[in-house]
Design a protein around this ligand. Structure first.
Ligand SMILES: NC(=O)c1ccc[n+]([C@@H]2O[C@H](COP(=O)([O-])OP(=O)(O)OC[C@H]3O[C@@H](n4cnc5c(N)ncnc54)[C@H](OP(=O)(O)O)[C@@H]3O)[C@@H](O)[C@H]2O)c1
Length: 471
């Protein structure tokens, strides 16, 4: 039986004879594609070959991808190998590793960045990524959050720490504080002991204060140079006129870093202020640099919009409009879909993923996103039946802590079926000390789906009950 499974894997996975695959990987996948230079509206979801693994690669089943401005900038500038699959950021689960790869193993939850100029991008069900482009998904993040943070965290680290070398007590002005990169820079600067002033439109001021900004400036009604003076560092994520006016607010010897274009050559060479060199793009340095802050709860990522892959055009348009607060995320994994349209399956996955994220992080907010207010649980465990309201289950499950054996736990959505406004799903939980099959019933409520009944059969591995459950 096991040999037959391996043979089946070998026939399904390109180069599987050499690679170690741990799940059935189909030879084609859904991906957002672009055939010629163009903006968001030029994207189409198509079926394409699943990427093959090169030396040192890992195949990741993408649960979520996120949008960065560089995605649509590369598309519009024609700097992709058309036809191309755009996208850099992703988070998901390792499903195969190339020979000799020991850093990651099947089942690991990972986050990373691929370069769509060189390989198939992240707006796809699978991505083949080099190990240097991957890190373990931060346990304190959901996979949705893990897909949102890579590029903006690497950029924040690169410019604020690598280039500007921020020090405790320094005053930092962050232009575009509410955007993807700006949100990270504000939090990173605070975590490193700086005093932070951020520019944003008024609607983002409470958000920025919650991230830790000491002062906020509404750039639409106030010229920042009229209210700020003598800062130690300017981090500019806006460019243009904002960048051109920035040298005036720096103290003598202050540092100007910009993510958009170049600091004005004349002011950099005059010597009054410093325009530090930008260190190379380094995914490992950036993501490992911020990892302790994420673990300590000092670095969060806000998801401004969540779209299924079928709505990739709308997802990119959201970011392209220029007023994203935090990040825009795309839900991709659809598991073993029995019957449904892509849109519905992706929408049903959102509460299912929230439920799984609740298990992974012990955070109440995830469970609350998953369940309807009056949902019930019907379960069979330890030889007895039990019925309890979901709110009691949420109270019992919300420790707020990542389980100690989290790395050894796996959770899979095995099946989703959508019939009209009712969906059913099967979820498998595989823990060292417990296994369970959850049968979920979900109802469409307005625009969203919610779990209304969770019927489960849970057992301890190795017991007679467990043996019966797997037969
Ligand atoms: N060189 C690199 O390594 C690197 C890496 C990553 C990103 N980037 C670049 O950095 C830039 C920012 O990226 P991002 O991901 O942060 O973009 P983003 O999330 O799309 O930025 C959107 C934010 O910009 C704010 N904004 C727009 N105009 C503003 C202004 N005049 N003053 C202050 N805030 C303004 C908006 O705030 P309001 O809604 O409040 O207006 C919004 O929150 C992009 O050009 C990107 O390509 C470069």
């Amino acid at each position: 039986m096991y040999t037959r499974l391996l043979l089946m894997l070998a026939s399904l996975l390109p180069c599987a004879a050499a690679a170690h695959a741990c799940s059935v990987v189909p030879d084609t996948m859904r991906a957002a594609r672009i055939h010629a230079p163009g903006g968001p509206e030029a994207l189409r979801v198509e079926r394409v070959p699943t990427p093959t693994l090169g030396a040192g690669d890992v195949l990741v089943r993408v649960h979520y991808a996120s949008i960065n401005p560089v995605d649509w900038k590369l598309q519009e500038a024609g700097r992709l190998p058309f036809p191309a699959t755009p996208g850099g950021d992703f988070a998901g689960e390792v499903v195969a590793v190339a020979p000799g790869v020991t850093t990651f193993a099947c089942g690991d939850r990972v986050a990373g960045i691929v370069d769509p100029r060189e390989r198939s991008g992240s707006y796809a069900e699978y991505v083949a990524a080099p190990v240097a482009a991957l890190v373990p998904a931060p346990p304190a993040f959901t996979l949705q959050e893990a897909a949102a943070y890579p590029t903006v965290a690497v950029a924040a680290w690169r410019y604020l720490v690598g280039a500007a070398d921020v020090r405790p007590g320094e005053r930092v002005l962050v232009h575009g504080g509410a955007g993807g990169v700006g949100s990270m820079v504000v939090q990173l600067a605070k975590a490193r002991g700086a005093q932070v002033i951020a520019t944003a439109s008024a609607r983002n001021h409470d958000y920025l204060r919650a991230l830790g900004a000491d002062d906020v400036i509404d750039y639409r009604s106030v010229r920042f140079e009229d209210v700020v003076r003598d800062v130690d560092i300017v981090v500019d994520t806006v460019g243009g006129d904002t960048l051109a006016r920035s040298p005036d607010v720096l103290r003598d010897g202050g540092r100007l870093v910009t993510l958009v274009g170049q600091a004005p050559a004349a002011v950099c060479t005059q010597g009054r202020i410093v325009c530090p060199a930008t260190p190379p793009w380094d995914v490992q340095a950036g993501l490992n640099g911020v990892a302790p802050l994420i673990a300590a709860g000092q670095l969060r990522v806000h998801v401004d919009g969540l779209y299924p892959l079928a709505q990739i055009v709308q997802a990119q348009q959201h970011n392209r409009a220029g007023s994203t607060r935090g990040k825009v995320v795309v839900a991709i994994a659809a598991d073993n879909v029995a019957s449904a349209s892509g849109d519905d399956v992706a929408a049903v996955r959102l509460p299912l993923q929230a439920y799984l994220d609740g298990h992974a992080t012990g955070q109440r907010r995830h469970f609350q996103r998953a369940f309807a207010d009056d949902a019930v649980l019907l379960g069979f465990k330890d030889g007895r039946y039990r019925r309890w309201p979901a709110r009691d289950y949420i109270d019992a499950s919300s420790s707020g802590r990542v389980p100690a054996d989290e790395a050894k736990r796996t959770r899979h959505v095995r099946q989703i079926t959508v019939t009209g406004d009712v969906a059913t799903a099967v979820i498998e939980l595989d823990y060292p000390d417990m296994k369970a099959l959850d049968h979920m019933t979900l109802l469409r409520q307005g625009d969203a789906w919610k779990i209304v009944v969770k019927a489960y059969h849970a057992w301890t591995p190795g017991t007679a009950e467990g043996a019966a459950a797997v037969r």
